[in-house]
Structure formats: structure tokens, C-alpha cells
Design a protein around this ligand. Sequence first.
Ligand code: NAP
Length: 496
Amino acid sequence: MGEQQLDHEVLIIGAGFGGIGAGIEFKRLGINNIAIIEREDDLGGTWHVNHYPGLAVDIASVTYSYSFEPNPHWSRLFAPGSELKAYAEHVADKYDLRRHMEFGIVVEGAEWNDEAGFWTVRFDNGQTRTSRYLVTATGFLSQPHIPDFPGLNDFQGDVLHTTKWEDGYDFTGKKAAVIGTGATAVQLIPEIAETADDLTVFQRTAIWVVPKVDFAIPSAVQKAFQKVPFTQKIARAVNTSMLEVLMVGGVLHYKQLKAGNKLAAEASKAYLKRAVKDPVTRRALTPTYDFGCKRPTFSNKYFQAFNKPNVKLETGGIGHFTPTGIVTGEGTEVEIDTLVLATGFNLWDVNFPAFTITGREGRDLGKWWREGRFQAYEGITVPQFPNFLTLNSPYSYSGLSYFTTIEGQMKHIGRLFGEMRRRGTDRFEVSEEANAKFLDKVTGDLDSSVFYAGDCSTSRSYYFNQHGEATLLRPSATLTTLREQGSFPLEDYQYA
Ligand code: NAP
């Protein structure tokens, strides 16, 4: 098929910060025949989907943003979710990406045509599109998980999943239950506790929580960020370095720096002791696994909510639902009007990848990952999948801010496409050898991490896949990731 007959040069799936970053990079490379397909009705990814009360970033906003697109207007050190959504819109407009976006389309599958060298992508509306390059930017935490609780369908009260929040839902006078105590619940529980008559929090696994040093950014600082952008760069560098110490020291080099990790755990326990009055509740809120096995959370209100007379922590598990409530695993009946499912996301069964992707010689990416090992060269390309870039990949997530991952991947795309241009070719595929070498390196490096050298046995962390392997994080410092993504050996790819 000739170039002019393809629908698109690049098809990007997902209009969150990953898809937006990829779009910016392709435009920078002078590629403009791009379509960005999004299943939701607007851009912003997780920041469009999530709008539950209390939503805010938990990485300071000077870091949680594109380094090349600083926003001097963040209202707080940790901006509320609505500002992230507005920031996504601003960036999409500034880089003229909106006209490439098509909303409300679910991608059902993609197949590589090896002879002609293009992808055919099937949509749920019956359409198919062809493109030379396919980029999946479907996110890590984008397939909501609703557990199969016995009798859930019989429950007659209101049911809210945190990703499908009913704005303005009023908890006044309600008896509510929240299932889950992950980062989402940690933000949401204090908000519900303010108004609900009764709130029962169903915790299966306790989470490490540390205080959130948050404040409104004074207008003088906002002005300085605006007039002298270098000042914001410094703020970003300082904050990113602090996060690096936490991530690289506390999580990735656990084996060598165990004391730092234990210190973080002790600090969290001391905070819990100060914050929660009742010793039984306190004990139940204390994690039994190492700090960092699961993403720790930041809050000044979560622990404190359990001191309120209307809030109860329930650790008896979910037995079954009745039309009017929940019977715990220990047989206690909890009557409720409203159920909040803060039960997170399914990463490993339905999200890697988010739809069927078939490469060369019929290799099915999802099957290949699940039946073999989860892997992706530099967290972005896969052997036997020519002209395919997968942004939400095994071993791709670097640092604590997602923007490090995206910007590293943008560098990778820039280097790869620059080389293709130099060679006058339009086809790339990573070699099996380069991919295997990268897999060996990351898995070897992860041996020192808390995931393998620490005790994560009771954590039920989504960092681990169904085979018990921690295949989400790239075990490198932020700067190392950025350097490696901009300098990988070009001969790791076959061209044309
Ligand atoms: P999550 O961390 O996966 O938490 C889900 C919660 O639901 C866990 O407490 C889990 O318990 C519980 N759960 C799931 N299935 C259950 C079952 N069958 N029975 C009982 N409990 C069950 O999901 P999340 O809280 O939505 O957070 C996901 C990630 O999103 C975070 O780690 C973070 O990276 C990100 N996030 C970021 C922000 C932010 O930046 N502001 C805010 C929210 C979320 P178990 O632990 O026992 O499985």
C-alpha cells in the first residue's frame, strides 16, 4: 500500500499526558498526519476520568508536569485534580493537538501487515484505520477493577466507583461504606467523613501514609515563576531530587540502603501514633510489609479521619452483600445506603495491552507477555512488533512522576525516528537480542529493590504481576533513564 493510501502516518491511542507527549514529539519531528483516538469524551486521561472529592496530585506540581512546559499558575504545591485537567487542555491547545483528537472511540484490536508494512486498527464503531506507526498511550491505571463480591448486584443503595464519580453527590445523612484503602481512598475518605452520618472503611491491606507538606503557592512565587522561569526550574530540580532520594534510595536500592527505608517506615508509624487515638485502630492501620512495596501515600487528613465518631475501620473482610448492606467475613452486618468502590485498577489481566495487538508472524502481545514474561525494550518497543511504540509497558515507569517516563519515551522516539530519517527508511523493529539484554539488566537490577530484597509478601501490590514479578518500574534514577533513552545503541534496531 503506497504512503498516500494510509489513513495516518501515526495513530496514537489515548489522549492523556502520554498520548499528548507523543503527539508533541511527532509534531516536533515534522510528522503531522497524526490521529489521537480516545475512548473517553475529552482529553486528559486519568485527570479527566477521576474527579472524586479530594482529588489532587501526590507529586508536587513543579515536578508533575512537562519540563518543557512549566505552569507558573499552580495554586498549591500539590495542585488539585481540576488544575491538572486544565493543564492538559492548555498543553493540547498550545501544541495544536486537539484537531488530531477523536473522542468516544474504543479500539478493539490492531494487526500488523508485514508485507505492506502498516497497522490496521479496528474501532468499536465498525471503522478500521490504517497507519504506518502505532503508539499505545492507554495508561497504567485505566481499567477500573470491580471485585466480584457475592450479592453485589442485590444491593439496592447507590454504588459509586471512584472513576465514575457523580459530581455533587451529597453524603449528608447517608450511611456510607468505602471499600479500599489505596491512594484514591486516602484522598476521598476524609472528604466523605466530613458529611456522612456514618462511614465504614473496609480495609484489606493497610497502606503506608506520610504527612503531605502542602500549602498554597503565594502569588509572589507564582509571579517569580512566570517572570523568571529559571526559578521554577530550580524548584523542580530540588523537588525531583528529593523524590529521587526516596525512590532510588528507599525502593530501588533497598538492599544497600535498608536503613533509609526503615527510617521512612518509622516516620510513618510515628505519624500514625500521633494522629490516631485508638490503639486498636492504630494497630490495624499499621502495614505489615516494607515501605515502598506498594506506592506510599501522602495525607494530613486520612489517619485523623478515624478519630471521628462517625468513622469506623472494618477489617473483617467482605462476606456478601444484602439489599441493604454488607455482611462482613466475620458475620457482622453493616447497614449502608451508599457504597463507594475505591477498589483500584486491573493492570495485569486486561491492561497490558488494553486491546489485542498482533504483530509479525501472528504474535499476540497480551498472550506473549502473559504466557512468557512481561518485557519491552527500554520500556517502549517489542520484538516482532515493527513500527509499534507502547508507552504503558513493563519496566517503563521511571521515577515517581509519570512525566519522567513520558519525557524519556519522547527522547527515545526522537532518536529512533531521527535515525530512520538518516537511513531513509520508514520501518523499525527492535532485535530479540537487544530486548533480551535489556530484560536481563532490569531484572538483575531489581534484585536489590524492596520488591525482592524486602518483605512484600502481604502487600498485594499492583507493582507485581500475576506471576509475582515486579514488572512495572524501571530500576534507574530519573537522570539515568533520560540519558539512556537519548543514547541507546542505534544498532539495537533493525531498519527497513
Ligand atoms: P489501589 O492502590 O489499587 O487500591 C485499591 C484498594 O482497593 C486497595 O486497598 C485494595 O486492597 C482494595 N481492594 C481491591 N479489591 C478488593 C477486594 N476484592 N476486597 C477488598 N478490598 C479490595 O487503587 P487506587 O487507590 O485507585 O490507587 C491506584 C494508584 O493510582 C495509586 O497507587 C497511585 O499511583 C495512583 N493515584 C494517584 C493519586 C494522586 O496522585 N493524587 C491519587 C489516587 C491514585 P488490597 O490492597 O488488599 O488489594
